[in-house]
Design a binder for this molecule. Sequence first.
Ligand code: ZN
Length: 194
Amino acid sequence: MNLIILFLSTFGLVFALNFQTLNVSRGQYVAAFLTSILLGVANLVILRAIPHGNGWEIVAYLSGGPFGVIASMWVHARYFNNEKPKGGEAMAHRCNANDCLARIDGRHLMCTKHWRMVPLELQRKVWETYRSRGTPAGNPAGWASYYEACADAIERVAGQEGKSPRNSFRNLAPKFRTMAEDRVRDPAGLSTLR
Ligand SMILES: [Zn+2]
């Protein structure tokens, strides 16, 4: 019984260590938080079991590692890799950074690599305007702010990569701005009834 526990705890420890490296390099905050708990548990089990270890227990302890690291790489690539295309993801679309071919989640503006090139302040602005934007017809000013934040982020990345800053967000933002101004001037939309 102790052999299995030892094998599984080294497996878990090495699995979690490698998983954690991948989490940190890709900015997976929630996964990094949870993986730390698994790291602590595996460490604790090993510390308690190994002081009375015999030959076979040492073998069980040592053989958990190689399997742990391979399994960890496979699971992370399978469930967390944003750079590779994922089949069947309903709202998936292309990263908005210029020339980037990465397929990403529908809620995201860019792939992880490009998003990390956007300054934190600007990242926060994109998220805040995204969450509060409502519908285009109901809140055109909110959509204008959201599109302007997206355009700022894309242009910032393009500048760092030496690419063209052209993007559809910049082109569309003024249309929402104009809609919002019309709304302020004529809240009930009476001018369109004439
Ligand atoms: Zn990208």
